[in-house]
Design a protein around this ligand. Structure first.
Ligand code: 6GU
Length: 250
């Protein structure tokens, strides 16, 4: 998978050299390139922002550097006329005004060949850039949740990690992707390791029993209890058919 990130703070994205994602880049599974938006300016001060039309606080990102940057990183795959949808790269625009990023979205994006992330700062990017980009990209404004960050960079770190780990080969043991929070719409069960007794606290006895059927049942019950306590909104989203009779008894 190819990923391009455009930002005025490319140093923010240095964390993508580390750990699992860094390894995937070294292994050639992720072709991840970070670009400095200021490299696409033409004035002496490398200006990327200006005052908002209509007034108001803060600054708005100017359209032309964005058009230059986006034209350079992608969009040549698209016909430019909206045809050939399949080949168009996805342009993700992190914004608190976007649709909320979910595990389902991460799975979808992991199937794509080319993702481009446009990190806005200040009050955002001139809206015409998103309209213009729609001719070449499948444009998706995306938010991490209902709170405000100063810019898209931290959100991109989160999204690239969530998507990148789902690309085949990036996570060594694909089984670990199956049994984790949100993979089945529920939160993960609690986990324990040695020692079995620690500061007078015991590991639940069932986990030491060797009875794998009973352990699976207990873990499912823990998932349901936890989800009900911490995220009741998730339980409402799971259709009744997915929950077994045994689940409903929990
Ligand atoms: Cl994706 N961007 C910004 N600037 N703030 C956010 C966000 C994104 N998601 C939540 N807050």
């Amino acid at each position: 998978m190819r990923i391009d990130v455009v930002s005025i703070f490319p140093e923010y994205l240095a964390a993508l050299d580390l750990s699992l994602i860094g390894k995937a880049r070294q292994d050639g599974l992720l072709d991840l390139r970070v670009h400095d938006l200021r490299d696409f300016t033409t004035d002496r001060h490398r200006t990327v922002d200006d005052t908002p039309y209509g007034g108001g606080a803060g600054m708005v990102m100017k359209p032309e550097p964005w058009a230059q940057a986006l034209a350079s990183v992608g969009g040549e795959e698209g016909a430019g006329d909206g045809s050939g949808d399949r080949a168009r790269p996805i342009l993700i625009v992190p914004s608190p005004a976007g649709a909320v990023f979910t595990q389902a979205m991460a799975y979808e994006l992991a199937e794509e060949k080319h993702l481009v992330f446009a990190c806005g700062r200040y009050e955002g990017i001139d809206e015409r850039v998103l309209e213009w980009a729609g001719e070449r990209f499948d444009v998706r404004p995306v938010s991490l949740g209902d709170y405000v960050l100063n810019g898209g960079e931290v959100a991109v770190l989160a999204m690239v990690e969530a998507v990148g780990r789902l690309v085949p080969g990036v996570v060594g043991n694909p089984e670990s992707l199956v049994e984790e929070s949100h993979s089945d719409g529920l939160l993960e069960y609690p986990v324990y390791t040695k020692p079995s007794s620690w500061r007078e606290r015991e590991v639940p006895e069932i986990l030491l029993s060797g009875n794998h059927g009973k352990i699976a049942q207990w873990r499912r019950g823990q998932q349901l209890q936890r989800t009900a306590a911490r995220r009741p909104d998730l339980l409402e989203k799971i259709d009744a058919g997915t929950l077994s009779k045994a689940d409903k008894a929990e």
